[in-house]
Design a protein around this ligand. Structure first.
Ligand code: NAD
Ligand code: ZN
Length: 353
């Protein structure tokens, strides 16, 4: 679990006070990885407490993080820093959260990041790392994974060293998220709840968090009665609770299939989950019915026809990536999932998307 967290509008202003005691020396910089959507946004960037040899790196969130990108960042940081960094601070959405976690791990572990995609392969503790989300829903701020696309798979570095040492939850940072993106990333949270609450791995720990996040999502995406500030606060907490819920259980069918879309077509996580979930009545009847209501209520269009022109090879890759995520299928369907989920079944579903 994340060991330290602060919450509140304006809590971003505490960043200096929080990280200063963690500075190892004047030569050991803090590296700030910041979503480049904030370039030129002095409201946010003027509050980043740069000192000594610290570096601010703007990073595009247009594409999801790749293992090669992580390795390159780590190499650049090592080459340009006099000493091993005091810490990594990620400021952005799930993309930047995951990059910050992965970079902090790879600064203390040998080799390439693709070798750590999987479960519990990390040997050494990461450098101190801080997560500051600016969009809510993924739960990446609280989770024990960092999802990376590698040369042969899309899979997280899941380890006890992955979670942030410190998270700053300042809902005000999410105030300018565009509406479509708000919905797609928010639905990631809703889908986490549905997949966790309907999974075979469910337990009292996951259930308590999942139910709270589910309740908040219903309020957020179906009620009209919230002020923007209340909505920002609540979605940030829904994201946290949704992430906590899957921390001790697992996601399911939508995530497994969305990883396949992401791997072959580069479809981003939030929108990919929405595209897939729209067709999963068979697995999650109540959840999908609610999702359709939320979509209509918020006037959101989900892209169609993504798989119309795929070759057989591309379908096969997509299906292999999805079926490779065994824990997700086992959570969704049970130990005998291979009797229900066949390559043809997945192809039929993908063809509808
Ligand atoms: P994102 O980080 O990809 O950002 C989406 C868009 O929103 C980007 O264009 C970004 O620039 C913009 N944005 C972010 N904050 C903004 C703000 N305050 N104002 C205006 N624009 C803003 O989106 P996401 O949905 O949060 O993250 C998706 C990523 O998270 C994927 O790479 C996915 O694999 C990963 N993920 C990780 C976990 C985990 O547990 N580690 C869980 C779910 C998803
Ligand atoms: Zn997700």
């Amino acid at each position: 679990m994340v060991s330290r967290v602060v919450f509140g509008r304006g809590s971003f202003n505490q960043l200096d006070e929080i990280i200063s005691p963690k500075r190892l020396s004047v030569k050991a910089p803090f590296i700030f990885l910041v979503d480049d959507v904030f370039k030129g946004n002095s409201w946010l960037t003027s509050r980043i407490p740069l000192a000594y040899e610290d570096k601010l790196l703007y990073i595009s969130a247009n594409e999801e993080p790749k293992t090669s990108q992580v390795d390159k960042l780590v190499e650049d940081i090592i080459l340009t820093s006099k000493e091993r960094p005091s810490g990594i601070v990620g400021i952005g959405g799930g993309t930047i959260m995951d990059l910050a976690k992965a970079v902090s791990i790879m600064l203390t572990n040998d080799g390439e990041s693709k070798n750590y995609q999987g479960w519990d392969l990390v040997k050494n503790p990461a450098v101190y790392h801080v997560g500051i989300p600016t969009i809510s829903g993924t739960g990446a701020e609280v989770s024990r994974t960092t999802v990376l696309t590698g040369p042969d798979k899309k899979l997280g570095i899941n380890s006890d060293y992955t979670p942030f040492d410190q998270v700053i939850l300042d809902p005000e940072l999410t105030k300018d998220v565009p509406k479509q993106q708000w919905f797609y990333t928010g639905m990631d949270c809703f889908i986490h709840c549905i997949e966790s609450l309907n999974g075979t791995f469910l337990n009292a720990f996951s259930k308590s968090y999942g139910e709270k996040a589910y309740e908040l999502c219903n309020e957020l995406f179906l009620d009209n009665n919230l002020t923007p500030e209340e909505a920002q606060d609540k979605l940030m907490m829904a994201s946290w609770h949704g992430g906590m819920s899957i921390a001790y259980s697992q996601v399911g069918v939508a995530h497994a299939m969305s990883y396949g879309l992401g791997y072959v077509l580069g479809t981003k996580h939030g929108i990919g989950n929405c595209i897939v979930f729209d067709h999963l009545e068979e697995f999650y009847p109540e959840g999908v019915a609610l999702f359709k209501k939320m979509k209509a209520k918020n006037n959101i269009e989900i892209p169609k026809g993504l798989c119309d022109n795929l070759s057989d090879d591309e379908f096969n890759t997509m299906i292999n990536v999805a079926m490779g995520l065994e824990p997700l299928w086992e959570n969704a369907i049970g130990k005998n999932w291979k009797k229900v989920i066949t390559p043809q079944k997945l192809k039929d579903l993908y063809q509808k998307m």
